[in-house]
Write a protein that binds this ligand. Structure first.
Ligand SMILES: NC(=O)c1ccc[n+]([C@@H]2O[C@H](COP(=O)([O-])OP(=O)(O)OC[C@H]3O[C@@H](n4cnc5c(N)ncnc54)[C@H](OP(=O)(O)O)[C@@H]3O)[C@@H](O)[C@H]2O)c1
Length: 304
């Protein structure tokens, strides 16, 4: 049954997140989940991005790394995988590996349409379904708002026909947040995907509150600013106060800061490294920082 996440529920969720602070690190039995406001369906709050990292068709060693990464990902109870026809062979690699591992039914598959024109969009989405080896896409998004008016029309039709379950739009740059906000408020979307991190926090000023108001789920891309945030922390230890708060690594420091924002439904760090995927999924366990701790984390990151 559809249930809209109202501002009140948003505040209550925030209270739950803050309450998690009082729990010892191992108190949460299952990884953190968040609800999709439009449906009430729960999703694990840490997913997997495939840009560049799963574009490995034809390279046996890299394909094996991607297979192990997806295996660990599903074993740890995660589900959301994000791809795009823009990402080279990533869609077909994801489809191939999910079939080989027998985990297709466990995944929540998100991909995108990235072309101009209605017929070209339809052709591309059909190709994506074949590459991903699914009869239905969980989430279809308009990539970088390319020809968004045209594709949203098709997406609504496909959703009504049961070919896709949820529809959304994406961008990766703050310059597009105003356009995303307009669509979030008026576009009948289920999801918006946007860049949000300690290095790129702009979305929290207007876009994330708008998503909460409109009952739109939020996927977070570029949580490590494409990996650049690790250059800032290279050779520097995670401070003891952050370790005491459950951040066992810099990746968890960055991801927990994002997950403590209750508007966020799922964050999708990109990796083909099985150790990194396990590290990232670790951010979905244990306490989340409260407002004061998030401020301290921002200040510390800015000082690096
Ligand atoms: N407009 C759009 O729709 C859009 C735009 C950008 C991104 N996206 C989506 O969002 C996903 C995430 O964004 P992104 O891939 O650009 O950047 P990101 O997730 O911010 O960073 C990825 C980088 O972080 C490294 N990394 C991941 N986990 C790590 C860990 N635990 N420790 C150390 N390094 C780690 C990865 O290297 P390793 O491989 O070595 O782990 C990779 O180089 C994309 O894959 C894509 O699915 C969508």
């Amino acid at each position: 049954m559809p249930s809209l996440l109202t501002r009140r529920a948003f505040l209550e969720t925030g209270a739950i997140a803050a309450g998690a602070l009082l729990m010892p690190p191992r108190a949460r039995a299952t990884p953190l989940e968040r609800r999709i406001p439009m449906s009430g369906e729960s999703l694990p709050a840490v997913g997997l991005g495939t840009w560049q990292v799963f574009d490995v068709a034809g390279n046996a060693a890299e394909l094996a790394q991607a297979r192990e990464t997806l295996k660990v990902f599903v074993e740890e109870g995660a589900r959301v995988v994000d791809s795009s026809p823009m990402y080279g062979s990533s869609e077909s690699v994801t489809g191939q590996l999910a079939a080989e591992l027998g985990v297709q039914s466990k995944l929540f598959v998100a991909t995108k349409v990235w072309t101009t024109g209605r017929q070209a969009g339809i052709r591309q989405m059909e190709e994506s379904m074949a590459k991903l080896r699914v009869g239905r896409i969980d989430l279809m998004q308009v990539h970088n708002l390319v020809d968004v008016g045209t594709h949203l029309g098709t997406l609504r039709e496909w959703k009504a026909a049961g070919r896709i379950r949820y529809i959304g739009v994406t961008h990766y740059h703050a310059g597009a947040h105003a356009d995303l906000e307009k669509l979030v408020r008026t576009g009948g979307l289920d999801f918006v995907q946007v860049n949000y991190s300690l290095a790129e926090p702009d979305a929290e000023r207007r876009l994330l509150p708008a998503a909460v108001d409109a009952g739109v789920a939020v996927l977070v891309n570029r949580p490590f600013a494409e990996g650049a945030m690790f250059h800032r922390t290279s050779g520097k230890p995670v401070p003891d106060w952050a370790r005491d708060a459950g951040c066992a690594s810099w990746a968890q420091f960055f991801l927990k800061w994002i997950l403590a924002q209750p508007a966020v439904t799922c964050v999708i760090p990109g990796t083909r490294n099985p150790k990194h995927v396990a590290d990232n999924l670790g951010a979905a366990s244990g306490p989340l920082p409260d407002a004061a701790m998030r401020r301290r984390m921002s200040e510390h990151f800015a000082s690096l």
